[in-house]
Write a protein that binds this ligand. Sequence first.
Ligand code: PXG
Length: 456
Amino acid sequence: MNEMSKTLSNLAAIDAAHHLHPFSDMGKLNEAGTRIIERAEGVYIFDSNGKKYLDAFAGLWCVNIGYGRKEMAEAVSRQMNELPYYNSFFGTTTPPTTLLAQKIASHTGGHMNHVFFTNSGSEATDTWFRMARVYWKALGHPQKTKIIARRNGYHGSTVAGASLGGMKWMHEQGNLPIEGIAHIGQPYWYSEGGDLSPAEFGLKMASELEAKLDELGEDNVAAFVAEPIQGAGGVIVPPDTYWPEIARICKARNILLVSDEVICGFGRLGSWFGFQHFGYQPDLAPVAKGLSSGYLPIGGVLVSDRVAEVMIKEVGDFNHGFTYSGHPTCAAAALENIRILEDEGLVERVRDDIGPYFTKAWQSLADHEIVGEAVNVGLMGGLQLAVDKTTRQRFAKPDDVGIVVRNHCLENGLVMRATGDRMLASPALTISHSEVDRIIETLRKGLDHLRDTVKE
Ligand code: PXG
């Protein structure tokens, strides 16, 4: 055994001794031992025991172009040799940073022509949060500061991100949410729709925004934020009536509409951005993940002309930014990633080919006894586990069921994500038809396993 393989064989122990993982119970994780992922290719990842898994989750909703793209490594290497880092402060920029802003703007449909760069989705959240308040202050409305978000939404893990998110179990740690944030309900028809049709329920949930504005006074509200489709919350696809009504209310009541595109952006729904799929025009849109397909960390906020004009002409210094805002090497990775998305027509592929194929395959799972609904848009799928299809009755302990399916899938070489009693998929946009079939077959076995476990 050479030194390197000795170290690798010992890695789980070293990890337990030194590494605190995100969103993890470290006591339990250290007992179970960490899974070590060593390499990846296409839609497959390989662990330190040589086991191969089909990654139906694209890392963490992000590896849109798939793993192992040599062009990405080359683009990054070229940029690192040329100029690994320089900042965007004090009147400077770098070529990839500026070209990336132009490139992103070219896909927004015309009304969002500026980008503010960050290193992650959470930083993008903090950025628009401050920008929205600065915008209204510059227009002479300093009291317009409150932000409305949704229960079970996810916008990151910084203090502002976790506060805006509607995850109670996150709020419980660290005295969140911070002041000035209000939450309304989510358009989760399966669980909360009762006797209403999805269309009626969509309107009802949108009307909660109107009611909250009445309560707070729209003169005190800066913005409403939502994901086009909730991701971490369980791939909750809103009824068709929801988004048009939300967009109408934001306009009528003069608050900014923020579309959190961190998951839906860069092709996942078969459009460049989620707002294009649903047909609305946000004022601000945080992005990350698919912007670089996760090859390097980079995020940003897309800024509409309405907001940019005020930021440019009225605000003066915007006292906000990060050492690595617009990092040239990360920007070079994002540029190459977008070139691949464009040249290989991957967004159109999701819209016209693999998306429809996935839809048919995914929705075929709806006939399973313990599946309540199978929903998706493009390559973003959610599967509701349920006790009774006809009454839409959920499992008594929703938090305990998805994990059973997830673990069964893992044993059988498939990486899925479970959120409580929903199974989530978000594979690379390059996934083949037969690889989709493989997801469905393995997942179906996982569902059988849960059904049998429950019966016992
Ligand atoms: N907005 C949305 C919609 C997200 O999904 C963020 C913001 C924050 O991005 P960063 O880059 O700061 O993580 C996200 C991130 C999960 C999971 O388990 C989802 C995310 C992050 C970690 C885990 O589904 N989404």
